[in-house]
Design a protein around this ligand. Sequence first.
Ligand SMILES: [Zn+2]
Length: 100
Amino acid sequence: MSETKLKPCPFCGEEPFCGTDAQGWGVICTSMQQCDVSPTTTYHESEEDAVAAWNNRPNEKGLTFDASETEIILAALSLWGVENNRDLDDLCEKIKSGGK
Ligand SMILES: [Zn+2]
């Protein structure tokens, strides 16, 4: 096994398996019991390439957000012009009436 650590499966969070057969190296999520997707890489010439392919997550940054729930809510409220309880009541009424 190489020193590079495999990222957990993005669908079930379990540790994947890296192995080789006649066609080459590949990484697969073998957690069949819990994983509804069981993703696998295509075949690669080396273990390093297979691990790199598995660990490559171009959208990962877009999926994480470094803010607390409170910060997100406050930012959203400020975006909607909510600065006090009366504004909040108005916003709630607007939402209830379908934005009219
Ligand atoms: Zn999985």
